[in-house]
Design a protein around this ligand. Sequence first.
Ligand code: ASP
Ligand code: MG
Length: 405
Amino acid sequence: MARIVKKFGGTSVGDVERIQNVARVIKSEHDAGNEVVVVVSARSGVTNDLIARAKAINPNPTDREMDMLLVSGEQETIALTAMALQALGVDAVSMTGAMAGIRTEPFHTRARIVSMDCKEIVHNLEANRVVIVAGFQGAGNQGQITTLGRGGSDLSAIALAKGVDADLCQIYTDVDGVYTADPRIVPKARKLTEISYEEMLELASLGTKVMQARSVEFSNKYNVPFEVRSSFNNNPGTIVKEEVSSMEDVVVRGVALDKNQAKVMIANIPDKPGSAARIFEGLSEANVVVDMIIQNIGRNGVANLTFTVPRDDTDRASQAVERILSELGGGEVTFVSDIAKLSVVGIGMRSHSGVASQLFSALGEAEANIQLISTSEIKISVVIDESESDHATRVVHTVFGLDKE
Ligand code: ASP
Ligand code: MG
């Protein structure tokens, strides 16, 4: 007998038939004699619809009321999933995040989990019940309803796997697992059998959208291995786990392409101490996350600064930058949005040299001009023209030996 946490995302519970399909997957696991805790998201599109409805009523809703509204999406799916199981003759009980013992900071919209108290869940598992928990939500110290950030059901699942000391945590989604690159762009992309937490975290942060980045951070911190697999077939997925030394044999595990970026170039900024600080302070006050940054050496009393921001934040970024430049008394700003960020990720980079030169020559071969570069211990990212980026990704994928036979 094993204790298993299974998380189903929004597409997996998107309509009645899909919820019934999920119920059959859960039933067969339960019939095999295992204890099953299920985490579900809201039906796909529901959370976005609720946000749009809130904004139509009030352009600046409070975070508290937003949380109160958004948790309703998951509450619909837990009840329906429990009902689907009961219709198949399986004893099942649904629980909100609070009932499941997910305790968070008392802050709204992106609360961190502070503790887990899973007694109620375990009690129900011991009574042979399947427990269905609402993802994405928790409760603050005074019972406030909180949410864990967009995509937060992944975090609920990983935290519950830790909280109930599960033998296995499975994240069911609409893809088969984690690939060496996006198969829609790189037809020769391969599904990985395993990947380390750190590599998965880089890929999640690079916008691959398979998992919420915070949930991968949590799994790394508490060493909670999990599997990413499809809810539409029975193929084995990708295991995400602690790194083992053989993983270093592969230099590059995957190639990620993020087209949701824009480049901001500021020329002729008065070159005095504190200018850059003021610009980035202003951006952070405007809630814009800045990614790659280059500042060149000041000449004739002025400096140039280039960085990237998420494309959706371009308006907010431009307002913030214009305001600060007028405070600083100079500088012209240009936005370029047809760029893409291509990254190669692999823990093998720690022990292999020459990865950067191999990447740059692959980009040369693909005739993609490099505009910006940034590196970390296990990642190299470059900004290139968006129009060249699909082709460049395929060339880089081949050069690092990732193509399937
Ligand atoms: N329903 C929430 C969202 O769309 C949480 C989740 O799906 O994981 O962000
Ligand atoms: Mg998700």
